[in-house]
Ligand binder design. Structure first.
Ligand code: ADP
Ligand code: MG
Length: 697
């Protein structure tokens, strides 16, 4: 239950005065549904104003605050002419100009012969000083109302900065006093303000530099959020540790059989990842492990061996892929070896229906099928396993912590539940990995199988499309295959799709009958057919939206053309590039752009040309785009931070992790005074679902 002290912060926005349902809906979209979300919506900039006594040309175009005497109103006689008010500041004339100004309001706000303090941007108009639509008008004794440094917030249409302020000021008034959750030594060392003061200060900057991530106020707030993230993950991790897992035992016969059937021997990197996985499986801890390896590093073989270990001890293994195409590819690549070992493997996807599905579910339930490969369909309610021991989730930066855990529910508690191995080809920068996978142990395959040639990367102006397209004929004559990616972006899917179809037709005119098209709007079997044709070489150029992004293996593919390469993150470009040059032939990756290139784009291309190290690319991507953009964080299951900025606060993240670990070691049930405060912190950042992982529930 949410602590009472937080109630004022979790009121809905429409309980604030002056915020009706329409505005509340807009603010909710902008910041979130509760008062606390308004408070956590921090300013992104500020307007600095200079308080001056006399107008001089040197103040032109600047934001100023000045005292002025109202002389005379000149209401407008037509819509096209603005309402003007002549004033005098010292000896200088100043005109205040209002388009569509309402006379009654203006006469009340700026009565003739009275003095007012006004602020706004100073301009010059037909030789005299002018301020158009002053930001503030106040009486002489109310100057405190005008801020020398006014914070500016990211806003959306329909929410003006005035309205947002109105909500914010009320929210700040109700700010509760919360007990300190952060280690007092750390606070002392860092010289951080208290939470309440920090939040107030964050909305009342004195200078632009107060808004920088390195500012003490911002650091403090970021740390709170990171600490809540790390405590939550640590609670999950500890709870996994507490639950007894299964010891996978039995002779290594199957593993040896499969290893012998492989046409290659495992690399050192694969072997060492595997021995970490086996160590988890042998122990009675429950495995929750992340296997990171760049595209083409050979994760599938590692997965296969882990499945063998699982089946060998009498349990079933499941492997889940994010798409049907990938699930099919997995089963194709592992089936020969599983067959060789005399085991049964089956594919279960959403497409399997009716009698066939029932029959398969029956075989899964009675244990006839040893290894099940599929999509999300693997974990639907009516899928009952005889004895699921290991779940492998491939390419899964689409799941959150709790989804990972719900998979374990498919196992048999009496046998020790399900071990989980998550595989990802997306090199996740260390900082992000900590926030998303801090509950997991990590193995890394840091070396690729031998014999792979580097892929050359070039940027090409779209104006040279014809040259490029014609130059492909030689490659095609040599039997090489080409991916041609036309990305879809959400806002204009129809237009994008049309662009992909146009490109398909254009290429098909040049190479009739040799071009295929695959996109997300196609039916599953049409997609499969298009992919299959490309694999078999029936088509030699495959125009695709991003469906091939996550791992289809076609050894003959040597060229990757990426249109609108600026729409992809570097990590995604790297993934796409990893699709070519797999079969021992030299690969190339051509990044098409619409010129001229900006600085960031040049930097991006430079990085892509310089390195094929996925981790380095990911770090650079994070640096160039910020964590919010990285991988499209919201959809990716990566946590979203409101106050922390991982591009700047990664040091704090490490501190938070050490702090969370050390503290929970001392007070695993969050019972101490600081423990109680940390509970409140979890609720404050809505990470309270982690509280159920306390052993006392
Ligand atoms: P990813 O890590 O991207 O899933 P895959 O498992 O698909 O990589 O492996 C990529 C390719 O490398 C596959 O064709 C696979 O057969 C091959 N491969 C995997 N391990 C080795 C190895 N130790 N030696 C040689 N080739 C390997
Ligand atoms: Mg793979």
């Amino acid at each position: 239950m949410r602590p009472e002290v937080l109630f004022p912060l979790f009121r809905p926005i429409n309980t604030l005065k002056g915020i009706g349902p329409r505005l509340a809906a807009l603010i909710e979209k902008l910041a979130g549904p509760h008062v606390v979300d308004v408070l956590f919506h921090l300013p992104s900039g500020a307007i600095m104003r200079e308080e001056i006594e006399t107008l001089t040309p040197q103040h032109l175009t600047r934001q100023i605050i000045i005292k002025t005497q109202v002389i005379k109103h000149h209401p407008s006689r037509s819509r096209r002419v603005p309402y003007k008010i002549s004033c005098l500041s010292g000896d200088e004339k100043l005109t205040l100009t209002f388009f569509n100004g309402r006379e009654d309001y203006l006469r009340r706000a700026l009565p003739e012969r009275e003095e007012r303090i006004i602020s706004g941007k100073l301009e010059q108009f037909s030789g005299s000083y002018q301020i158009t639509h002053p930001d503030h008008i106040s009486r002489i004794n109310e100057t405190a109302d005008i801020k020398r440094c006014e914070p500016v917030y990211p806003l959306t249409a329909g929410v003006t900065s005035k309205t947002f302020h109105k909500a914010l000021i009320q929210a700040l008034e109700d700010l509760p006093h919360l007990s300190e959750w952060t280690d007092p030594h750390l606070i002392g060392r860092q010289n951080w303000p208290k939470w309440r003061e920090a939040l107030q200060a964050s909305h009342n900057p004195n200078t632009i530099s107060d808004l920088e991530p390195e500012n003490l106020v911002r650091q403090r707030l970021a740390y709170d959020e990171l600490l809540s993230n790390q405590v939550a993950l640590e609670l999950v991790r500890r709870s996994m540790r507490r639950r007894k897992g299964r010891r996978f035992e039995g002779k290594d016969g199957l593993i040896t059989q499969i290893e012998n059937a492989l046409p290659y021997s495992l690399t050192h990197a694969q072997q060492s990842a595997l021995s970490e996985i086996f160590a988890d499986m042998h122990s009675d801890n429950r495995m929750l492990r992340l296997l990171q390896g760049d595209v083409g590093s050979g994760k599938t073989a590692v997965a296969l061996m882990a499945l063998a270990k699982c089946v060998q001890s009498g349990a079933q293994g499941a492997m889940m892929a994010p798409t049907e195409i990938l699930a099919r590819q997995h089963i194709e690549s592992i089936k020969p070896f599983i067959d060789a070992a005399g085991l049964n493997v089956a594919l279960l996807t959403g497409r399997l229906k009716g009698k066939k599905r029932e029959a398969l579910l029956e075989e899964i339930a009675n244990g006839n099928i040893h290894i099940i490969v599929g999509t999300h369909a693997l974990f639907q309610d009516d899928v009952i396993y005889h004895d699921l021991g290991l779940a492998i989730i491939d390419e899964q930066h689409r799941f959150g912590v709790h989804q990972r855990l719900s998979l374990s529910a498919k196992g048999r508690p009496d046998k020790g539940g399900v071990d989980i191995l998550v595989m990802t080809a997306t090199p996740i920068p260390r900082t992000l990995a900590l926030t998303a996978y801090g509950d997991m142990d990590v193995s890394i395959i840091g070396e690729k199988p031998p014999g792979r040639k580097p892929v050359t990367t070039r940027a090409i102006d779209i104006a040279r499309l014809d040259d490029l397209a014609n130059s492909l004929s030689r490659k095609l004559a040599d039997g090489e295959r080409i991916y041609w990616v036309c990305p879809l972006v959400e806002e204009s899917e129809v237009i994008d799709l049309a662009a992909a179809e146009d490109r398909y037709e254009y290429l098909n005119r040049l190479y009739p009958g040799h071009v295929g098209l695959v996109h997300g709007k196609m039916k599953a079997d049409e997609k499969d057919a298009a992919m299959q044709n490309f694999k078999e070489g029936v088509t030699k150029i495959l125009v695709a939206t991003t469906v091939i992004e996550v791992g289809v293996d076609v050894p003959e593919a040597t060229v990757m053309v990426i249109e609108h390469s600026e729409r992809f993150g570097l990590a995604q470009l790297h993934q796409l590039r990893g699709r070519v040059g797999r079969g021992g032939l030299e690969g190339s990756c051509l990044l098409l752009y619409t010129g001229p290139l900006g600085e960031t784009q040049k930097a991006r291309i430079k990085i892509m040309r310089e390195t094929e190290d996925g981790f380095r690319i990911a770090e650079e991507d994070l640096r160039l785009r910020g964590a919010g953009e990285f991988l499209g964080t919201r959809q990716s299951g990566m946590p979203v931070f409101k106050l922390a900025d991982l591009a700047h606060h990664s040091k704090l993240l490490n501190v938070a992790r050490d702090d969370a670990r050390a503290f929970l070691e001392q007070d695993p049930e969050l019972n101490s005074e600081r423990g109680q405060a940390i509970r409140t912190l979890l609720y404050l950042f809505e990470r309270d679902s982690a509280i159920r992982y306390l052993s006392s529930g």
